[in-house]
Ligand binder design. Structure first.
Ligand code: GTP
Ligand code: MG
Length: 311
């Protein structure tokens, strides 16, 4: 979203990550304070990091880096947190990128993919509101044509944002809808087209086939479309998010990851292995249900808050 975050974003981020950082602080940091850092402590650190869902590979690298920074030293809580934050930031900084739909071609087409309940519709709604708030002309497309409730949920977000809304009756072909909506947006001069999709069909293959069909028809209009395919992942499912990344990332041309519900879990550390497993960078994170709770991913701020540093 906007890369000059609105006032209070840090507080919201901090609050959103509080359960995860509490887990890290209580489990990880407190066990090292006031004793010289030795091998046994480093082993414990690595275990704690794995328990916090950071994954074995990142846990090993963070532990190594932490060793290089603090081995043999007696540290206070602040020094431990600073060293950990530095190590986590080193893991995440290369995996951060900006979502900026207003600086690309027009209309800029964004496709939202992910399993049911991951937060696609909510994320789309938050983005629509942010973009219209910045003066953009936005079209919202209800590509989940299988459930009336899904359409109504999106319509409400769309109306609230002051965006145009395109939908079809139950069971209509989402690819046909996407094609017509993109055509209309081109003719009418929209800046951004946001396309929601279903999270669940009869089976995984049917879902992937449908997503690929949407991509194919969009490319008939513009070979570069969709200009962004955001994979929305729910942090509360922990390491299952990794499995979802594997499935969607392999088939759906994902260009950016949105990790939602970081406020609802103590396992926000899972963002680390997801960021590293994915070819696509992390672009946005969700730390609550409100419009302001979708934020650009800032690796440094995230890492510092994750280990319990408040500034
Ligand atoms: N706490 C919290 N809740 C969130 C966040 N993002 C989404 N949610 C909630 O998660 C639930 C599911 O979100 P949806 O946006 O409907 O998910 P979806 O991916 O569109 O789901 P389907 O349409 O069923 O595929 C809703 O109750 C949202 O309010 C977040 O960052 N934090
Ligand atoms: Mg939805």
């Amino acid at each position: 979203m906007n890369d000059t975050p609105k006032k209070g974003w840090f507080q919201r981020l901090s609050q959103g990550l509080s359960r995860s950082s509490k887990q890290m602080t209580e489990q990880v940091v407190s066990s090292f304070v006031k004793e010289p850092l030795d091998e046994a402590a480093l082993e414990r650190l690595e275990e704690h990091l794995i328990e916090s869902d950071l994954g074995p590979a990142a846990a090993a690298r963070i532990t190594e880096r932490f060793r290089a920074l603090r081995f043999g030293k007696t540290s206070d809580e602040r020094e431990i947190k600073e060293a950990l934050a530095e190590a986590v930031t080193a893991e995440l900084a290369p995996r951060q990128a900006v979502f900026d739909p207003l600086s690309g071609p027009k209309p800029y087409v964004v496709l939202f993919v992910g399993v049911n309940g991951s937060g696609k519709t909510t994320t789309l709604g938050k983005i629509a509101a942010d973009l219209t708030g910045r003066g953009a002309r936005v079209m919202v497309v209800a590509g989940d044509t299988f459930r009336a409730a899904a359409r109504d949920q999106l319509r409400i977000w769309s109306e609230r944002a002051g965006a145009d809304f395109e939908s079809r009756r139950d069971g209509a072909d989402p690819a046909g809808l996407a094609f017509d909506a993109f055509t209309r947006a081109r003719n009418e001069g929209h800046d951004v087209v946001l396309i929601d999709t279903a999270g669940r069909l009869q089976n995984k293959q049917a879902l992937m086939d449908e997503l690929l069909k949407i991509v194919r028809v969009l490319k008939k209009i513009d070979p570069d479309a969709p200009h962004e395919t955001l994979l929305v992942l729910d942090a509360t499912v922990g390491r299952n998010a990794l499995a979802q990344e594997q499935i969607f990332g392999r088939t759906a041309y994902v260009s950016g990851i949105v990790m939602t519900k970081l406020d609802g879990t103590a396992r926000g550390g899972v963002l680390v292995p997801v960021a590293q497993a994915s070819d696509a960078p992390i672009k946005l994170i969700g730390v609550g249900e409100g419009i302001e709770d979708l934020q650009p991913f800032d690796a440094r701020a995230f890492s510092r808050l994750l280990v319990g540093l408040e500034d």
